[in-house]
Design a protein around this ligand. Structure first.
Ligand SMILES: C[S@@+](CC[C@H](N)C(=O)[O-])C[C@H]1O[C@@H](n2cnc3c(N)ncnc32)[C@H](O)[C@@H]1O
Ligand code: SF4
Length: 408
């Protein structure tokens, strides 16, 4: 959830969607994202829409679950009044910020509201993100009892000087404990890692990947550190206090991670994501990448239903004011035209293993596939069978591959 809101047309106060949103809805999966916009401290690299206690301008963490539940109830009414087919939620994802700064009971109550309004599919995937220092065994057990199935821990690194450069507050020795408690509670586990932090060597990165693998998570995400404008990290780099991450080193780190993960039984299924089996892929994120429908609850959250995308008021106090007044918290929206939807489909599906049907491309796109195979960016065998799978080199150059697929 990046912090800047896009431009677009104003969204109506009643939140009603244009008729096109309903077309074909019964064919699409439905998911719910709940944004929890609170963090104890802001990490220097992060520009997510999140607030520390001193930045809340009167909004109160204790009221948050009630406001979010207000939006969940409103969302059901809006979808119904807009003629969008009712579907149970296949996935629910609590992200942030730090959802686990709220009491477990608040997360369970918000999930119960989703269940009451939409129903949860029998096999629903219900995830929360968590910082390793914000949960204990009892907390995780309460989540599991309340219907959560999965937890994604922000491990980031196992190396103290890397964690310090990222401003992370947790002790890396805590990660094995939180993973063990999650397992005891019956939750699936994912770990997030970041690579390319200033001062991080290839050996540091190897230590982090090996430490993550040693915990045997079901799923692992590894993100190249992005230096976001306006962050403390960007300022530190500008004034020379920290070094700019090197593209070459980040490429070496990606290759090393993919090698180590592959050897340990983790297969990539999206450029930055690996899982022990197809059942352990993040179904919620796959929904985003496949252009399914999702309702994003909370400040700054984005939603997408049938080619209509909208976003909520960004600050928690503006969000709370709108929900309390009985208005939709959406402030802007855009109705995507057919060429934009096609570009987004190719952009997102290319990054998923076997996610793009070659036959669905334009003639120019299909010609580009042959050239991409010759350049060792696309796997020849899968392409011959009709799918498109990036090679490791192709994953490193995924943006360039997409540009070539869209050239006509
Ligand atoms: C909302 S955070 C995860 C939950 C929790 N707040 C935490 O940090 O542990 C989502 C993930 O985004 C990734 N992330 C955030 N900012 C990033 C950046 N500038 N570059 C790369 N990854 C980033 C981190 O790996 C983080 O775990
Ligand atoms: S804890 Fe997570 S959401 Fe909060 S500032 Fe750090 S990376 Fe961003």
């Amino acid at each position: 959830m990046a912090s800047a809101l896009p431009l677009g047309e104003p969204a109506p106060l009643d939140g009603l969607l244009p008729p096109t949103a309903a077309v074909g809805a019964e064919e699409r999966a439905f998911g719910v994202y709940v944004h929890v916009p609170f963090c104890r401290v802001r990490c220097g690299y992060c520009d997510f829409n999140t607030y520390t206690a001193s930045e809340l301008r009167g909004a109160r963490q204790v009221d948050y679950a009630d406001h979010a539940i207000g939006e969940v109830r409103m969302s059901r009414r809006v979808l119904e009044a807009s003629g969008v087919a009712e579907r149970p939620a296949e996935t629910v994802f609590f992200g942030g910020g730090t959802p686990t700064l709220l009491p477990a009971g608040d997360l369970v109550r918000m999930l119960a509201a989703v269940r009451a309004e939409f129903g949860l599919a029998a096999t629903a995937e219900v995830t929360t993100e968590a910082n390793p220092d914000s949960v204990d065994a009892a907390y995780l057990a309460e989540l599991a009892q309340g219907g959560f199935t999965r937890v994604s821990f922000g491990m980031q690194s196992a190396v103290p000087h890397v964690l310090a450069a990222l401003d992370r507050t947790h002790d890396p020795a805590r990660v094995p404990h939180v993973v063990g408690w999650a397992r005891d509670a019956g939750l699936d586990v994912s770990l997030d890692l970041i690579y390319g932090t200033p001062g991080e060597s290839l050996d540091d990165w190897r230590r982090s990947v090996e430490a993550a693998i040693a915990e045997r998570p079901d799923h692992l995400s590894a993100y190249a550190l992005i230096v976001e404008d306006g962050t403390k990290l960007a300022r530190q780099i500008r004034r020379g206090a920290l070094a700019q991450p090197s593209d070459d080193l980040q490429a070496d780190m990606y290759e090393l991670a993919d090698e180590l993960l592959g050897a340990a039984g983790y297969a990539w299924y999206e450029v930055s994501n690996w899982a022990t089996s197809s059942e352990h892929r993040s179904r919620h994120n796959l929904g985003y990448w496949r252009g399914d429908d999702w309702w994003g609850v909370g400040p700054g959250a984005h939603s997408h239903v049938g080619g209509v995308r909208w976003w909520n008021a960004k600050h928690p106090s503006a969000y709370a004011d709108r929900v309390t007044a009985g208005h939709s918290p959406a402030v802007g929206r855009e109705v995507l035209d057919a060429p934009t939807r096609e570009t987004e489909r190719v952009l997102l599906a290319t990054r998923i293993r076997d996610g793009l049907d070659v036959a669905s491309l334009t003639a120019g796109g299909r010609r580009a596939v042959a050239a991409l195979i010759a350049d060792d960016l696309v796997d020849a065998r899968t392409a011959l069978a009709g799918g498109l799978t990036l090679t490791r080199r192709g994953r490193l150059l995924a943006d360039a591959v997409v540009r070539r697929l869209l050239e006509d």
